[in-house]
Design a protein around this ligand. Structure first.
Ligand SMILES: [Zn+2]
Length: 295
């Protein structure tokens, strides 16, 4: 049975504290921590050189670390501005190219904001541009083997609630959701604290996209502070904020799912990913020795 993979978004404080600087050193460092995933951050633009990307990719392959890319924050697929639309297309294609150099198999991205448009119109516009980007990516041979993964967002004024993200994911076989449960916790005013709420989320994914995609979704996880408008700030597992990770991991183990879980804690993202992985592996071991639930 495939297992869930755990790792950090970007490079944690402990990596730099250990005297490391270059991201190409991250895969070996992660393997030394027993972690198996790494999300490379292109949040402020895809500036990585091909040589660097290939060096990170080779190190990841040697160390059994699975890679994903976070696309730039400047993407807005719903924009009415043709310049922003062209830039959005370029950002996504460049992210795919970087993913190909890295050997990454997923690109997480934000759909964007509606601006002054009604939300349903904005989603229609975003879907139309996304289809055009997919077509261009396919034409350039960039799509094969790499999933584009729209993310659930944490603020009321951003597109990308769970239903909207799942509708996007039905547009192509090369699309899977990035479910950010910290964001969902923030945008729903504090939900995703119970097993039942995680069950409902995965039920919806399976209903809309099928079991195969539901079992392999991309997940972002962090403790998060929120206001009425949604997400305010990412915290760490040492801070007193939700959502809790246990009901998420219990749900995954019960279903036999193998998602990739990227921890986005502020600074402690690798240590907190490790905390999640230890809980997951213990739950998995309990399940396989329990004659009642083991089917
Ligand atoms: Zn994101």
């Amino acid at each position: 049975m495939p297992k869930a993979q755990f790792g950090p978004a970007g490079n944690p404080d402990a990596f730099y504290a250990a005297g490391h600087k270059a991201s190409a050193e991250m895969p070996a460092w992660l393997a030394s921590q027993g972690l198996g995933a790494y999300e490379y951050q292109c949040s402020r633009g895809v500036t990585i050189r091909e040589e660097t990307a290939r060096a990170i990719g080779e190190a990841a392959l040697r160390n059994g670390v699975r890679l994903s890319v976070h696309a730039p924050y400047y993407i807005n697929l719903a924009t009415e501005d043709p310049t922003i639309a062209a830039n959005t297309t370029r950002h996504i294609l460049k992210s795919l190219e970087a993913a190909r150099w890295l050997g990454a198999d997923r690109v997480a991205f934000h759909i964007g904001g509606p601006g002054k448009q009604p939300r349903d119109r904005a989603i229609e516009r975003a879907a139309a541009l996304f289809l055009a980007v997919l077509e261009e990516a396919d034409k350039q041979g960039l799509l094969e083997g790499i999933y584009l993964a729209p993310e659930t967002m944490g603020k009321q004024n951003q597109l990308g609630n769970l239903e909207e993200v799942l509708a996007f994911c039905a547009l192509s076989e090369w699309t899977i959701p990035t479910i950010d449960f910290g964001h969902l916790h923030a945008v729903t005013g504090g939900r995703y604290t119970t097993h039942a709420e995680y069950e409902a989320a995965f039920d919806l994914v399976a209903e809309k996209l099928g079991e195969r995609k539901a079992a392999a979704v991309h997940i972002h996880f962090s403790r998060i502070e929120f206001t009425k408008a949604g997400e305010k700030r990412h915290w760490t597992f040492g801070d007193d904020y939700g959502p809790p990770h246990e009901p998420l991991l219990d749900t995954i183990v019960a279903r036999g799912y193998a998602p990739r879980i990227v921890c986005e804690s502020a600074g402690t993202q690798a240590a907190d990913a490790k905390t999640m992985q230890e809980y997951y592996l213990a739950a998995l071991a309990r399940r396989s020795t329990d004659p009642v639930t083991h089917t």
